[in-house]
Write a protein that binds this ligand. Structure first.
Ligand code: ADP
Ligand code: MG
Ligand code: ZN
Length: 471
């Protein structure tokens, strides 16, 4: 399997690429954010959005690309009702950035190029809803700034494609290029796939798969397309270069159209826009502003907090999660950092996933998770009690310190525990006899009795010590 990916990423800017219309499109009336420029009215002229350029440059720097000193906007001509100008402003012969790299486990994927372009509008096909089929056009999205990131055909499995996408998303989120929410169309991906026999160096003919709207969809579509092309070649057939659509419900790809060629688009430099120059001062400033990237942050979590690679990988997979973790560690201190990581990775993420919530929607703020780790580290809470405390934190947003002061802390006082131990032993003479006879496992029954009496609050180590002292 040979795969190259083209990803369209919506840049996190307030306004569109060539006009001052807002990029907000969710919860907004159709065609509320439009103007003569983004609807292609005669005589209107585009003005390049400086912020979009900066965000695009940041993405290129984070993906270790070269920034071209000069790049040129080009018109990509085609007719479709979602494209009011009759052409899309993109970059063609001279993109702003080329030759990047992105590391996935076990390999470096080369990035061929990144260019800037504008998005098209959205069509709503109203089939059969009235006596006439018709389509509605919403131009809120028209002119939204995008970058297109094109890889070399370096990927060799659906798993590698999945790794590439996950890593790309994390990097772009870290740098603040985009939220990359696939459900909102902020990250869209086309996959180019071909097959060749083992040992063959020449590339096979590729099919381009569109309509991939989740990372899982990409993985499934690649596996399916790989099997389809293999079967075709084994039968002596030939793969044709075409665009295919992934149908997630059927779990299959189907031909959409024969692949368009570049000359079909009649590209030419847009005479309304001057070439874009990457000013050295700007590039230097953007380099300085590039934050710590996921791979560096993962390594730091391992060395600074003593986390395992795996746990550091999970916690740095998303910037918001890593930020949450570090806010919690600020509260609990480095000594409890590992405990905080464990409780975040298992209890909190477990509950968030079950409720389909993101870390930003967590009812438990980082400060509370930090306090919990601190109380565990100090022995004020046993892990059993901490689970109960955690359940209350989740349900009520109460802080663990408040909950502890309301009586949820662990009891370590020997005088108090001794009373429970005596009662539990008196209640269970058989277990005491078994213990005396050397059946050590019997101690669990007495400990259980103590826990019941203490409401789970007795410190188990002290309980064991006192039982043994009485034997
Ligand atoms: P187009 O606009 O025609 O899709 P692009 O240059 O934007 O062309 O993208 C081509 C994509 O296809 C790149 O990601 C590239 O790595 C990939 N690709 C090219 N040839 C092959 C091939 N034989 N097998 C798989 N992927 C390929
Ligand atoms: Mg393509
Ligand atoms: Zn506009």
């Amino acid at each position: 399997m040979v795969v190259g990916l083209e990803c369209h990423v919506q840049l996190a800017t307030k306004s569109k690429l060539f006009c001052s219309c807002s990029t907000a499109s969710f919860g907004v009336e159709p065609n509320a954010n439009i103007c003569p420029v983004c609807t292609g009215q005669p005589g209107s002229l585009p003005v390049l959005n400086r912020k979009a350029v900066e965000v695009g440059f940041k993405a290129a720097l984070a993906l270790r690309c070269r920034l071209n000193e000069l790049s040129v906007f080009a018109r990509k001509n085609y007719f479709y009702p979602d494209l009011p100008k009759g052409y899309q402003i993109s970059q063609y012969e001279l993109p702003f950035s080329e030759d990047g790299k992105l590391d996935i486990p076990g390999k470096t994927v080369r990035i061929h190029r990144i260019h800037l372009e504008e998005d098209a509008g959205k069509l709503l096909h109203m089939l059969g809803s009235t006596h006439l089929d018709h389509s509605l056009a919403d131009y809120n999205r028209a002119g939204t700034p995008l970058i297109e990131i094109v890889t070399e055909p370096d990927l060799r499995s659906s798993e590698e494609a999945y790794q590439y996408l996950t890593t790309l998303k994390a990097i772009l989120q870290y740098v603040g290029v985009s939220n990359c929410d696939m459900e909102k169309g902020e990250l869209r991906c086309d996959a180019n796939v071909s097959v060749r026999r083992k040992g063959e160096t020449k590339l096979g003919t590729r099919a381009e798969i569109k309509n991939l709207n989740s990372f899982k969809g990409v993985r499934d579509a690649l596996e399916h397309e790989f099997a389809r092309q293999c079967a075709l070649v084994e039968e002596g057939g030939k793969v044709v270069q075409e665009t295919r659509l992934w149908d997630a419900n059927r779990g299959a790809t189907a031909p959409m159209r024969s692949k368009e060629e570049a000359h079909d688009y009649r590209y030419f430099p847009d005479p309304d826009l001057v070439p874009l120059r990457a000013e050295p001062d700007l590039v230097e400033r953007l380099k300085r502003e590039t934050p710590e990237l996921p791979a560096q942050r993962r390594a730091r979590f391992v060395s600074q907090y003593g986390l395992t690679e795996e746990s550091a990988g999970v916690l740095t997979g998303e910037r918001a999660l890593a930020d949450y973790y570090e806010s919690a560690v600020e509260v609990c201190g480095p000594k409890a950092a590992k405990t905080a990581a464990n409780w975040l990775g298992t209890e909190l993420l477990g509950r968030l996933n079950a409720d389909k919530k993101t870390i930003l929607e967590s009812p438990v703020p980082p400060k509370h998770l930090g306090e919990l780790a601190e109380l565990l580290e100090a022995g004020t809470l046993s892990s059993k009690l901490a689970k109960e405390v955690f359940a209350k934190m989740w349900a009520s947003s109460a802080s663990p310190k408040e909950l502890v002061s309301q009586g949820m802390s662990q009891v370590s006082d020997e005088g108090e525990i001794a009373k429970w131990v005596e009662a539990a032993m008196a209640e269970n003479p058989q277990a005491v006899a078994d213990l005396r006879a050397g059946k050590d496992a019997a101690i669990g029954r007495i400990v259980g009795g103590v826990m019941k009496r203490s409401g789970g609050k007795a410190n188990p180590a002290v309980v064991q010590k006192l039982i043994r002292a009485r034997l």
